[in-house]
Design a protein around this ligand. Structure first.
Ligand SMILES: [Zn+2]
Length: 191
């Protein structure tokens, strides 16, 4: 990770290390902390209706929210229905395009995108990605398999996609712990 930029951020007496594939812009971090905190707080409203424990939102460059979606794998019987994929589909439908690049959009997600969602973001034309809790923590708490993404920070950078990660990770971990504690479904293929 030495090629990447990081910033120590004070959080509840502890320090959180935010990581990025660009030189850290504190304004972007401030906005992302606010949005991801709001998404985390909103998460139980979705999981109580049968959604999986992940929420994503796409914003335009003026800071207006275009769409907000949760993971709907179980309630809609589709293994592809991760929060990010749902958000991208909804945004493209709303804008009537398969190419979001001209709209200069950013996606905020409560957790690091999995192997599928990383690909979906790459194909969508979204310019910036901000995520909360890391895949490693997601896997540790829930037992979900997030897949493999070699050098993806670098690969995103090559394609002009900015990434900021590890935003409000404690809040994210708490929400996932709640989901598990409540005995909600860990949906995954049997091996
Ligand atoms: Zn995913």
């Amino acid at each position: 990770m030495s090629r990447f930029f990081s910033l120590l951020f004070p959080q509840k007496g502890k320090e959180t290390k935010i990581i990025s594939n660009e030189k850290i812009d504190e304004n972007k971090v401030r906005t992302a902390r606010q949005i991801i905190t709001d998404l985390q707080k909103d998460l139980p409203n979705y999981t109580n209706q049968g959604c999986g424990p992940f929420v994503a939102a796409i914003f335009d460059s003026n800071g207006e929210m275009l769409v907000k979606t949760a993971n709907s794998v179980v309630n809609e019987c589709c293994s592809n229905n991760h929060a990010e994929v749902n958000a991208i589909k909804e945004a493209e439908k709303k804008l009537g395009t398969y190419n979001l690049a001209p709209y200069n959009l950013r996606i905020y997600v409560t957790a690091e995108p999995c192997i599928m969602c990383t690909g979906a973001i790459m194909f969508s034309g979204i310019r910036e990605l901000y995520y909360g809790v890391s895949s490693k923590t997601v896997e540790k708490i829930t037992g979900f398999d997030e897949g493999f993404k070699p050098d993806w920070f670098e690969e995103f950078k090559k394609r002009g996609i900015t990434v900021y990660g590890n935003i409000e990770p404690e809040l994210g971990a708490n929400e996932l712990n709640e989901y598990v504690k409540e005995g909600k479904i860990i949906y995954k293929p049997t091996r």
